[in-house]
Ligand binder design. Structure first.
Ligand code: ZN
Length: 121
């Protein structure tokens, strides 16, 4: 992250904090510190989930058209209809459409995103 991006990210985080900080409960009582921390953690979890999803989307968009077979390194043939897949992270869910490829030489399917992202199947 360059200095300009870092400055902009700090400005956006300040704006987000100003928008979402709330010292009162819905019944008008003052929040305890634990309640404030819980609300802050919830915002952090949502932001973390959004960042992971966006990073995954960008990574998938930048992948080559024909991933290579993990066993023989031959280009695979993409099979139709990617499967929707969801992975639970420590801070929320991330989802993507998982492409399946077939290696004619090995006569096996493979899932490039598993290897690229280190996801166990
Ligand atoms: Zn192969």
């Amino acid at each position: 992250m360059d200095a300009q991006m870092h400055t902009r990210a700090n400005e956006l985080m300040e704006e987000l904090a100003n928008l979402l900080a709330n010292a009162e409960n819905s019944d008008g009582s003052w929040k305890t510190f634990d309640q404030m921390e819980l609300a802050a953690n919830g915002v952090g979890d949502r932001l973390s989930e959004k960042l992971a999803q966006k990073s995954l989307d960008r990574s998938l968009a930048g992948r080559p058209e024909a991933p290579r077979c993990p066993k023989c390194d031959q280009p695979g043939c993409r099979l139709d209809d990617p499967d929707p897949r969801v992975i639970q992270t420590s801070r929320g869910e991330v989802q993507w459409n998982e492409d399946e490829y077939f290696c004619r030489k090995c006569r096996k399917s493979f899932f490039p995103s598993d290897r690229a992202f280190g996801i166990p199947r």
